[in-house]
Design a protein around this ligand. Structure first.
Ligand SMILES: Nc1nc2c(c(=O)[nH]1)N[C@H]1C(S)=C(S)[C@@H](COP(=O)(O)OP(=O)(O)OC[C@H]3O[C@@H](n4cnc5c(=O)[nH]c(N)nc54)[C@H](O)[C@@H]3O)O[C@H]1N2
Ligand SMILES: Nc1nc2c(c(=O)[nH]1)N[C@H]1C(S)=C(S)[C@@H](COP(=O)(O)OP(=O)(O)OC[C@H]3O[C@@H](n4cnc5c(=O)[nH]c(N)nc54)[C@H](O)[C@@H]3O)O[C@H]1N2
Ligand code: SF4
Ligand SMILES: [Mo]
Length: 686
């Protein structure tokens, strides 16, 4: 062993991005510099591997564009920033908070917008700081998965997943509106394993995706039409008596109500609406009814439509009626939060805070409507609002009215650039944390490998620094604990239930490797969390929320699709970005070309467009110019643009996305979801 190798320190980390895989990482550090990152082999779901983005972490950590000090913009929109000290930054912010309090006698003119830049438990310090003030306004909900969560709540009473490794045991896997070959790459080996044992792998997607290329059968659907396909499948399975009588009789509620409605639909009509041949739907129905165990992975892409929740319910019904719930290798896989049940200490859940909540998805409108007191101050954390949020131009206008915007980030994003103050924050290589996945069942610890980069501080340290600055000016303004270390916070987040499920007695044992909950099969006891204790084809809870009781109500039209804007614009997640992250790295930009629009050849013919034509894509909200790629891999009348941030261009896809709200989402997340893919455009050759 050389001297240098002797001095290499190995530390445990977790990729805290909003990604299915939540990989465990081992960093190799020498002289306070991270030299190498690799996947942790003890986390057997990812099996010691990362994705391209994960392997680019050193590039991200030491990227010259990383924010190093607090910055103050001379005036908003100028793009001219001056370096300031933390003391100065805290002074400006605390003065503003106190003067607003004096004016309104509450902190409700302060608004927090935080989402998914980092899902670590200690990152809840942002919410914790706001809660510690006793009153505030906060954006709640999620742009990500809300409609699908509620669908699972109505049907099962909760959302659970089997451990994804279980998919290897399936005889049939349906990837429905999900593209794991890009968005959950570590699930692919389990899918390949099932395929090599003879399982059919079916992909249902308007795009012939990288996952579809690995499938055995591909169904190209029209965007937003899956509800018709699921209904057609249910009708066939019911009418041909292919359903599982045992599951339906013993473990389900409302089957008769549900099944009797199927007579209202004509197969020809349903087939036409989803663009499939009846014989193909019949083959699929027969496969579903005769291949047990069957796993259906309902993706987040599937529910980014106006009736996304209802669509997921219709698919859940298929998995239930074929008796695939609660069995190894079977079931519906959507998402879970069973491993997220920490104490909420960092979030200050024990604090009885008076929170005025507004929807994260209807943010612009609800921010504008705030009154008594109106919004004056916005704190943005883990969020790149000005690339990721819909109706971006209206959002700009709303933000422009605020007195002060503070953004906590690691890079000068478009959101940071619009802020008055920017606070630099640490990455997972510079801080302690605990991170769980919404997909697999592992929990892992993150320990610091190096000291914070330049003057950056962790989310937790920022909350503590600001709480101290405020309390110094006016005692007891914030109750956020300022004397506890990051490790104290971790200690206070754990509880006996988590220890029991992880089979450990202290969180420190996670320093020896990540641990997994021992509950591989969801709903294996077939006791559901619904009011009836059964799987509910008919949900009175849905009725209470003014939704149809069953998944069978299909008289939907897409009013935005009209002669002026006849093409669907779908904007799924890109291979080499993670929402707006990584796309600013030179290393990733070499792989992530763009921006470009992929258009179906029928549109190309109609509009005289060729490969690499320059085209204007437009709708009532705005327009942008991009190069075209012509492809028959996507459904007719459809345009695909991979969402994210293209730093070297002025194309912001959410300029054109109206921000239509989904049918469901409020139950699980507090606000309805976001139908990003319910967007219609026209295209003109330039
Ligand atoms: N058109 C369209 N728009 C979409 C979508 C779509 O499909 N189509 N998808 C939507 C979905 S599913 C999601 S989840 C949202 C995601 O939108 P966001 O939640 O905004 O997610 P990100 O772009 O991943 O990250 C936001 C910021 O967090 C910063 N960040 C990273 N780590 C940290 C940290 O430790 N602390 C702090 N303070 N900041 C950090 C990153 O640098 C980045 O600027 O986008 C949505 N927007
Ligand atoms: N590489 C990478 N990984 C990521 C992310 C990323 O940005 N990049 N983002 C992370 C986040 S925040 C999320 S939410 C997940 C998202 O990951 P996924 O759950 O895979 O979701 P999407 O990429 O939004 O869409 C998946 C597929 O749905 C298809 N789709 C769109 N509309 C329809 C429809 O009407 N019917 C059907 N059947 N399919 C449809 C799209 O064409 C796409 O192929 O991935 C996470 N992982
Ligand atoms: S982005 Fe996802 S797959 Fe890549 S390293 Fe992070 S958690 Fe793993
Ligand atoms: Mo997401």
């Amino acid at each position: 062993m050389t001297r240098k190798q002797e001095k290499i320190k190995k530390t445990r980390h977790v990729c805290p991005r909003n990604c299915y895989d939540t990989c465990s990482i081992i960093a190799h550090t020498h002289d306070n510099v991270v030299k190498k990152v690799e996947g942790d082999p003890l986390q057997t779901y990812t099996a010691g591997k990362l994705c391209t983005k994960g392997y680019s972490y050193i590039n991200r950590l030491y990227h010259p564009d990383r924010l190093k000090t607090p910055l103050k913009q001379t005036h908003r929109g100028s793009g001219v920033f001056e370096k300031i000290s933390w003391d100065e930054a805290m002074d400006i912010i605390s003065d503003k908070i106190l003067s607003l309090y004096d004016r309104y006698k509450s902190h409700k003119s302060l608004v927090l917008n935080k989402y998914s830049g980092n899902f670590g438990v200690l990152h809840n310090a942002a919410e914790g700081f706001f809660n510690s003030l006793g009153s505030s306004s906060q954006a709640i909900g999620s742009p990500c998965w809300s409609a699908g969560l509620d669908a699972n709540v109505y049907d099962f009473g909760n959302y659970l997943t089997s451990s994804p490794e279980q998919m290897a045991k399936a005889k049939l896997i349906i990837l429905w509106g999900v593209n794991p070959a890009w968005t959950a790459i570590h699930s692919m080996p389990y899918i390949y394993q099932a395929r090599s044992q003879g399982a059919e792998i079916i992909v249902i997607d308007p795009v012939f995706t990288a996952s579809a290329k690995k499938s055995t059968i591909y169904f190209q659907v029209k965007p937003g039409s899956d509800l018709y396909l699921a209904t057609a499948l249910a009708k066939i399975i019911y009418e041909k008596n292919l359903y599982n009588h045992n599951f339906i009789d013993k473990h389900s509620h409302g089957w008769q109500d549900y099944a009797s409605l199927l007579a209202n639909y004509q197969l020809e009509d349903l087939a036409e609406k989803c663009g499939q041949k009846i014989e193909n739907i019949e083959k699929l129905a027969s496969l579903m009814a005769n291949s047990s165990p069957m796993t259906v992975w309902t993706g987040f892409g599937l529910q980014r439509h106006r009736y996304g929740g209802q669509t997921i319910r219709a698919i859940n019904a298929l998995v239930a009626m074929t008796g695939n719930i609660g069995i190894a290798g079977g079931g519906v896989q959507y998402a879970h939060q069973e491993t997220w049940k920490f104490n909420g200490f960092t979030e200050m859940l024990g604090q009885k805070a008076d929170i005025r909540s507004i929807s994260i998805n209807n943010f612009t409108e609800e921010l504008n409507a705030l009154n008594d007191p109106p919004a004056h101050f916005l704190w943005i954390s883990c969020r790149n609002l000005l690339t990721q949020s819909p109706a971006r131009k209206e959002l700009y206008q709303a933000l422009g009215k605020l007195d002060m915007i503070v953004t906590v980030d690691q890079f000068m994003t478009p959101t940071a650039k619009f802020s008055d103050l920017i606070l630099p924050t640490t990455t997972q290589f510079e801080e302690w944390d605990i991170v769980s996945s919404y997909w697999h069942h592992w929990i892992a610890i993150n320990q610091p490998a190096i000291t914070p980069y330049h003057e950056s501080k962790s989310e937790l340290a920022i909350a503590q620094t600001l709480a101290k600055a405020l309390n110094k000016k006016r005692p007891n303004t914030s109750s956020f604990p300022t004397d506890l270390s990051e490790r104290d916070f971790i200690e206070k987040e754990f509880n006996p239930d988590i220890y029991h499920k992880l089979e450990i007695s202290s969180w420190r044992e996670l320093l020896e490797g990540p641990r997994q909950y021992k509950n591989p099969v969801a709903w294996d006891r077939l006791d559901f969390d619904t009011p009836s204790g059964k799987f509910e084809f008919y949900s009175t809870e849905a009725l209470k929320d003014e939704l149809p009781a069953t998944a069978l109500e299909l008289n939907y039209d897409y009013v935005d699709k009209n002669i002026s804007y006849p093409y669907w614009l779908i904007t799924p997640h890109s291979q080499f970005g993670l929402n707006s992250q990584f796309q600013n790295l030179d290393l990733i930009q070499k792989l992530n070309e763009g921006p470009f629009v992929i258009i179906h050849s029928n549109i190309a013919r109609e509009k005289s467009l060729y490969d690499s034509s320059l085209a204007k894509i437009h709708n009532r909200l705005g327009s942008f110019t991009a190069k075209t790629i012509i492809s028959d891999d996507i459904a007719p009348d459809t345009i695909v643009f991979y969402q994210g941030w293209y730093p070297n261009s002025d194309v912001y896809i959410n300029d054109l996305v109206p921000g239509t709200i989904t049918d469901m989402g409020k139950r699980a997340t507090g606000s309805q979801g976001m139908a990003f893919y319910n967007t219609f455009v026209n295209i003109t050759r330039l």
